[in-house]
Ligand binder design. Structure first.
Ligand SMILES: Cc1cc2nc3c(=O)[nH]c(=O)nc-3n(C[C@H](O)[C@H](O)[C@H](O)COP(=O)(O)OP(=O)(O)OC[C@H]3O[C@@H](n4cnc5c(N)ncnc54)[C@H](O)[C@@H]3O)c2cc1C
Length: 386
């Protein structure tokens, strides 16, 4: 169904080459030190931006790449071949919800984010509210002059230390949640500890504390009580990209390594790739990666046509994340003891893959979305002719 144009092939090739030449050489150091030095981060950012590779997901009118959703997914798949923190610095993590900026907000938050002058993180999760994103306790109180006061805390906020501002969800009424753009450095806003993770070395995940933080009226994103819904909706494409397409890329990368190892590693006088049980692991991985890739592209094409792709994105979120888990597990197995050994990156990919089933909505939450939808819509969810 999908045929790549010459332009799409060139786009993929450009991103692939950049990752190979600029990101790959930094991976081991980031893994060993748990950090990407500021100078290296800036240099990586500058090189990527000079090539027009920064913020490719954002509309051209704001200085972004103006890619279609399909073209964006082709790039995101390539991003999956490297490490989270390097993707953030090279290609940006400019969240689509910022497109809700209006008037003065555009110059203050949207444009600097697209240009890479300011970095943004998204802060929804709290210690008491994860999957239940509407169960948050952080609250913003409206003042007589139209400004707000923010109280509460967030945790697990990716890239929080590097970020200049945060998209923060807060309760603005009993049954009302709004979104605010909160600048680092405001009085009463403090950053907590880096919550060390199993994988994703180099990317900090931090706590945020808001103690009566003053927010000007302009900090409200979207309408009061509506911004949260807008942001959650806009995060759909982020799920498709950062979980779906990147999982396909990461699994493809692991499969390349597994295949080469199966051809080169000899036991019992022959290549281990000659053993049918090893072949099965390769074959199952090829099948599952291709199925996930087609699902990602199908959902992306729906979005480009302006169709509602939410059900498909939920399916991609579950399938791609779980596919990646199975492929990296086979990767470790094909490499045997070397797959478990830190001398090779396979054990790192295994650790890094685990989070895909958890963030951006757990597999359980997305299965719930799909099940409710199929109970309501029936065959429309699995029969293309309906
Ligand atoms: C590395 C990392 C990076 C992250 N980055 C960010 C970030 O940048 N910004 C941000 O806001 N958040 C971020 N998060 C938070 C992430 O989105 C949450 O961890 C995720 O939504 C799950 O919430 P929780 O951890 O509170 O788990 P819980 O919601 O407590 O879930 C625990 C278990 O219960 C299950 N469960 C919960 N509700 C249901 C239900 N209704 N039906 C069935 N099962 C259910 C879950 O599936 C899970 O298995 C990050 C987390 C990690 C680990």
């Amino acid at each position: 169904m999908f045929h790549l144009s010459n332009e799409q092939r060139m786009l993929i090739e450009t991103v692939r080459r950049f990752i190979h030449e600029e990101c790959r050489p930094l991976e081991d150091e980031v893994e060993a030190s748990g950090d990407l030095a500021d100078t290296q981060a800036r240099a990586l950012h500058d090189k990527a931006r000079a090539l027009g590779l920064y913020a490719m997901n954002m509309p051209a009118e704001f200085g972004g790449g103006g890619l279609s959703v399909v073209d964006r997914m082709l790039c995101e798949e390539q991003f999956g071949h490297t490490t989270d923190i390097l993707i953030r610095r090279a290609f940006g993590n400019v969240y689509e919800p910022l497109l809700e900026c209006r008037g003065e907000q555009v110059a203050r938050w949207l444009l600097p984010a697209v240009q890479g002058a300011r970095t943004c993180a998204i802060a929804i999760t709290e210690p008491g509210a994860g999957s239940d994103a509407q169960g948050i306790r952080t609250r913003a109180e409206l003042q007589a002059d139209g400004s707000w006061r923010l109280h509460g805390s967030k945790h697990f906020i990716s890239d929080g230390w590097w970020s200049d501002f945060f998209l923060v969800s807060a309760r603005t009424g009993e049954r009302e949640i709004s979104m605010f753009m909160v600048d680092k450095g405001l009085p009463g806003f403090t950053l907590g500890k880096d919550q060390k993770m199993m994988g994703l070395r180099g990317t900090p995940h931090i706590e945020l504390f808001f103690d009566n933080v003053p927010l000007e009226p302009l900090a409200l994103l979207g309408q009061r009580g509506q911004g949260f819904k807008l942001v959650m909706g806009a995060l759909n494409v982020v799920r498709l990209a950062q979980v779906g397409a990147r999982a396909v890329g990461k699994a493809s990368h692991v499969l390349e390594l597994m295949t080469a190892y199966a051809q080169q590693r000899r036991q019992f006088g022959q290549a281990i790739g000659d053993f049918q049980l090893v072949q099965q692991m390769l074959a199952d991985s090829v099948i599952e990666i291709n199925a996930a890739r087609l699902m990602v592209l199908h959902a992306a094409a729906m979005m480009d046509r302006g169709e509602d792709a939410r059900d498909w994105i939920a399916m991609v979120k579950v399938h791609a994340a779980e596919m990646l888990g199975r492929v990296v597990d086979r990767g470790v197995q094909v490499f045997g003891g070397m797959g478990f050994c830190k001398e090779l990156p396979i054990e790192r990919y295994y650790r890094d893959a685990r989070i895909y089933r958890i963030y951006d909505g757990t597999s359980e939450i997305h299965r719930g979305v799909i099940a409710r939808s199929v109970l309501k819509k029936g065959a429309a969810l699995f029969d293309l002719a309906r």
